[in-house]
Design a protein. Structure first.
Length: 80
């Protein structure tokens, strides 16, 4: 496994002193995994959207139509 050095901001040092090395490592690994996953998903989404011909306005219109159809199907009396 690769090792990285993490600088802890002064305001967080007390919390880190209270935890053990393994717990800190686990917290940082989990945070890093989540952040990397998020960044990669946005990168993939950006690539997919580059080819999209759907505008923001069209997406809102389609979403509104979908909500209205769902409301009608489920016999909701008021328009969403």
């Amino acid at each position: 496994m690769a090792e990285i050095v993490v600088e802890i901001p002064e305001e967080l040092k007390f919390g880190f002193k209270e935890l053990g090395r393994e717990e800190i490592s686990s917290i940082i690994s989990m945070a890093l995994r989540e952040k990397l996953s998020e960044k990669l998903m946005f990168k993939v989404a950006d690539e997919l959207l580059k080819k999209s011909e759907i505008t923001d306005e069209l997406a809102l219109k389609l979403g509104s139509e979908l909500k209205n159809r769902a409301a009608k199907k489920h016999l909701l009396k008021h328009k969403l």
